[in-house]
Ligand binder design. Structure first.
Ligand SMILES: C[S@@+](CC[C@H](N)C(=O)[O-])C[C@H]1O[C@@H](n2cnc3c(N)ncnc32)[C@H](O)[C@@H]1O
Length: 230
């Protein structure tokens, strides 16, 4: 039944006006409703959202709780959740449609491909919410705050655009601190290893994702870093 549900979700995704998908990482092509190919690179605000508002990406969005929550907090910004898992995106996209949140969209792709679908300086802000920590050293390059990923983000972020990382993983947190310390062109704006110890410094941190809720039940400490390229 679970498999059938997944297949049903995949076929429904094709009818969602707020979902775009890339099915072949070797081909820089995304499709929207009815699998019609679209070119949104550099045109997300004008052609999808039909406005000139800032673009915020949520990477590894899963069910997109941050994109959904932030879209209500900031109706004058556009939010795009990226993840490779269609069934998770289906959940976030369904909520956005049912709640008539027109400033949220989803892109199903590998984050390694992000530069294929966003133009230089197109993005104002990035959130990375509870990414897989890839604990084995051999998988270090897959961590979403590894130097190769940061270089991708740098290309699409506007000058001064911020990157926000929320994680429960001490290993990923320490790894990120080390990567940033070794980056000559990064300014760390905020760094806290236990955000719920005191009153929250940013109201956005009140939002909790599916994984964050599980980690909190497990008494794990939630860490947050905000930084930008200079
Ligand atoms: C631990 S889950 C977190 C999901 C969500 N942010 C949350 O907190 O509930 C990590 C997510 O990253 C996605 N992911 C991991 N590596 C990815 C990649 N290279 N490209 C796209 N998505 C990726 C997975 O599909 C998964 O949904």
């Amino acid at each position: 039944m679970a498999r059938r549900n997944k297949l049903m979700k995949f076929s429904e995704l094709i009818s969602f006006p707020n979902v775009y998908q890339n099915f072949d990482p070797k081909k820089p092509k995304i499709v929207g409703v009815d699998l019609v190919e679209v070119d949104l690179k550099g045109k997300w605000a004008s052609n999808h959202f039909k406005n000139g508002n800032p673009i915020v990406l949520e990477l590894a969005c899963g069910r997109g709780e941050y994109s959904l929550g932030l879209s209500e907090m900031f109706p004058n910004k556009n939010f795009i959740g990226l993840d490779i898992k269609g069934a998770r995106i289906w959940k976030g996209a369904s909520i956005a449609l049912n709640s008539k949140l027109s400033n949220v969209a989803f892109l199903r792709t590998k984050i390694e491909q992000v530069n294929l679908f966003f133009e230089k300086d197109e993005v104002d802000e990035i959130w990375i919410t509870f990414p897989d920590p890839f604990l084995k050293d051999s998988k270090e390059n897959r961590r979403l705050t590894s130097p190769a990923f940061l270089e991708r983000y740098k290309q699409i972020l506007k000058p001064g655009g911020t990157i926000n990382l929320k994680t429960d993983s001490p290993e990923l947190y320490q790894f990120t601190q080390e990567v940033l310390a070794n980056s000559a062109d990064v300014e760390i704006l905020y760094d806290k290893d236990d955000i719920y110890k005191d009153a929250l410094d940013y109201p956005e941190l009140e939002l909790k994702t599916y994984y964050e809720k599980m980690h909190l039940l497990d008494n794990r400490l939630i860490k947050f870093m905000k930084f930008r390229f200079i």
